[in-house]
Every structure is written in structure tokens, then in C-alpha cells.
Design a protein around this ligand. Sequence first.
Ligand SMILES: C[S@@+](CC[C@H](N)C(=O)[O-])C[C@H]1O[C@@H](n2cnc3c(N)ncnc32)[C@H](O)[C@@H]1O
Length: 197
Amino acid sequence: MDWDDRYSIDDYLFGQKPAQALLQNEKHLVPCGETLLIADGEGRNSVYLAKKGFKVTSSDSSIVAQEKAKALADSHCVKVHFKLENFFDIDWSRKQYDNIVGICFQFIPPELMGEVFKGLRLATKKGGTILIHGYTPKQIQYGTGGPKDVSLMYTKKTFTRSFNPSEIHLLEEYEATISEGPGHSGKSSMIDFVAKP
Ligand SMILES: C[S@@+](CC[C@H](N)C(=O)[O-])C[C@H]1O[C@@H](n2cnc3c(N)ncnc32)[C@H](O)[C@@H]1O
């Protein structure tokens, strides 16, 4: 998928307001903590957290999205540290965060998921939080957002395979109607995952 192309519209593809899943789950985050948002796109979620006092780093590989994210941060007068990088090039041993947040973070082939979770765990401080939100395989039939490739969808097993039960604070599949820009709109089948590794 060419994300720069997708983001090359005047509108914000996923809106300017935070994801409903972030609003539902922000209570699990370390308050005001150092927070990395992976695949943060146009910055709707990082800007929201920055406004609430989190020290935020926004990571994404799309330069078009990141320019829009910078404009959004400026318009809200908040400071966000931006990293234009390919997710697969991140050295997870370099820095630890209080929170790692991946909203609609859904481009990892299943065979790499275990390694990715190891990386996220390594980059999370003790007592910190990993929050991931994505779509389940049922989303394919709704077609209201997310990848078209069923192998990229998340099930509960995606997470229970790699995290111990004691680390998992929330693992919930649900359906809801969302309205998050032209990119995410309509009845959707989603999953939220929160771990404290
Ligand atoms: C569905 S969008 C979600 C954007 C944002 N989290 C949100 O909720 O508005 C997925 C994001 O993943 C990013 N992405 C895809 N592959 C990536 C990669 N290999 N490295 C970094 N970012 C990537 C895309 O640029 C896109 O911004």
C-alpha cells in the first residue's frame, strides 16, 4: 500500500480527533508518561495525548502523513517529537518508554508478530503499558477500514501467543460503529489489547 498516496488528500484520512479506542483505553496508560505512538499517521492520537500532558514521540514512515501531523500539532500548540522511520528498522533496545501505543497498527505479517512483540516489550519500562488497537478478521466483510488481507488481522490468539496471562490487562473483541475520517467509517469489528509487561 502506498501510504503517501492515500494521505495525499486535503482532508485528514482518519480525522483529527483521537481514535475511540484510545479514549476508551487511555486510563491504562502511565499518566503523562513518555509515550511512543507507532504508525501514528497524521497525528490525531499523538496530538491528543500531548494535549493531556504526555511526552509524545510519533513514529511513521509516511512523510505526507507526518507533515500533516506536524501541522495538527502546531494548530494545537503542542510539542510532539516526530520520527520518520520504517517500523522494521527501529532498534528496540535503544530507548524505553512508559507507554507504547499502536492504533490501527496493522501491517505486520503473522510470522513476524512474535518478534515485534518482543521488541515492544523491550522498549517498555517496568510498570509501563503497551496498547494496541486493530481489526479482527470479521472486518473483511464490513470493509469499513483496515487492511484487505485477512492474515494481517488480529485475533485474541495474536496476543495470547506472545504475552503471559499475568501481563494482559485487557483483551477484548467488539463491534462498534465508528466515524473516524473517510478512512475509518461504519460498522467495524475491532480488538483492543492492553499489556503491562
Ligand atoms: C491505518 S494507518 C493508522 C494511522 C494512525 N495510527 C491513526 O490511527 O490515525 C496505518 C499507518 O501505518 C503506517 N505504516 C505502514 N507501514 C509502516 C512501516 N513499515 N513503518 C512505519 N509506519 C508504517 C502508515 O504510514 C499509516 O500511517
